[in-house]
Ligand binder design. Structure first.
Ligand code: NDP
Length: 283
């Protein structure tokens, strides 16, 4: 079997095209969706992600600003800024680019964002709403993964989904969204005793480990759907957590890196910003 590639770059492009129309409709109603992105410090990877978010916002007509703060910014100052943005009716989405400097408590910051403007979908209220199956602002990467599966009409209900990784931003929420779609979900992590024993039973395998080429064909059942979330920089180029050429031999569907989950994450951020501007997040 040679896996069909799920091209996240193309799908994200298609979605952005549709979003242009949604933004126009909002503008006709006098609402210009606005996204405020806060970038603290000068981490080059963070800068490049933020630039990508701004460029994509511009393309669909979402107004956006990047507020750059020095690395030594205090938590208090950041919380004040978030408070101002929460109160500003012209701002619909607020995102603080992760990771934050170590002296700032990440959870404190996430919880300071008004849940109805939390376009990253990380606020505990939005996570709780997601867990209880309510309509809400969903975490962008997991939302993008589900959208990719649906774009190929891949059955999720009744399938065995195995997620490697249990971070709050990827692993845990993607498992929850798969459960919401009626998959049977197994979570694996660094303490999992026999990783392969689990992954080889997966109909849908989500890999969010953060280690280049951690998964190859030996971990994969014939005909599985393999979603590679990893973004690793190896010798100056981007590579995933999955050894693509090896895994492709067994997978029915597979996502590449780059041009896979990454562009979908940004597309879902735009979708959340439009949803927040429509006032549909209902928090
Ligand atoms: P984290 O480092 O927060 O989590 C990694 C997870 O992998 C942890 O749960 C860890 O287990 C688990 N893990 C580590 N080593 C192993 C192992 N040998 N066997 C099994 N499990 C293991 O990473 P994130 O979830 O934030 O991100 C994962 C990857 O996805 C990264 O490469 C990141 O860059 C990328 N990413 C991509 C995005 C995109 O848009 N494409 C968006 C966000 C992230 P434990 O909990 O026990 O430590």
């Amino acid at each position: 079997m040679t896996g069909t590639i799920i091209n996240g770059k193309e799908l994200a492009q298609e979605l952005r095209q549709n979003m242009k129309g949604e933004v126009l409709q909002l503008k006709e109603r006098g609402v210009t969706p606005h996204l405020s992105v806060i970038l603290i410090g000068d981490n080059p990877a963070s800068k490049s992600y933020v630039n990508g978010k701004k460029k994509a916002s511009d393309e669909v007509g979402i107004s956006s600003e990047v507020i750059e703060l020095p690395a030594e910014t205090t938590e208090e100052k950041l919380l004040h800024l978030i408070d101002d943005l929460n109160k500003n009716h012209a701002v619909h989405g607020i995102l603080v680019q992760l990771p934050m400097p170590e002296h700032i408590r990440e959870q404190q910051v996430i919880e300071a964002i008004d849940p109805s403007k939390d376009v990253d979908g990380f606020h505990p209220i939005n996570i709780g709403r997601m867990m209880t199956g309510k309509d809400t602002l969903l975490p962008c990467t997991p939302f993008g993964i589900i959208t990719m599966l649906k774009s190929k009409n891949i059955d999720i209900a009744g399938k065995h989904a195995v997620v490697i990784g249990r971070s709050n931003i990827v692993g845990k929420p993607v498992g929850q969204l798969l459960l919401n779609e009626n998959a049977t979900v197994t979570y694996c992590h660094s303490k999992t005793a026999d990783l392969k024993e689990h992954t080889k039973k997966a109909d849908i395998l989500i890999v969010a480990v953060g280690k280049a080429h951690a998964v190859n064909e030996d971990f994969i059942k014939d005909g599985a759907v393999v979603i590679d979330v990893g973004i690793n920089r190896v010798d100056g180029s981007l590579t995933g957590d999955v050894d693509f050429d090896s895994a492709k031999k067994k997978a029915a569907y597979i996502t590449p890196v780059p041009r896979g989950v990454g562009p979908m994450t940004i597309a879902m951020l735009l979708k959340n910003t439009i949803k927040a501007a429509e006032g549909l997040s209902d928090n």
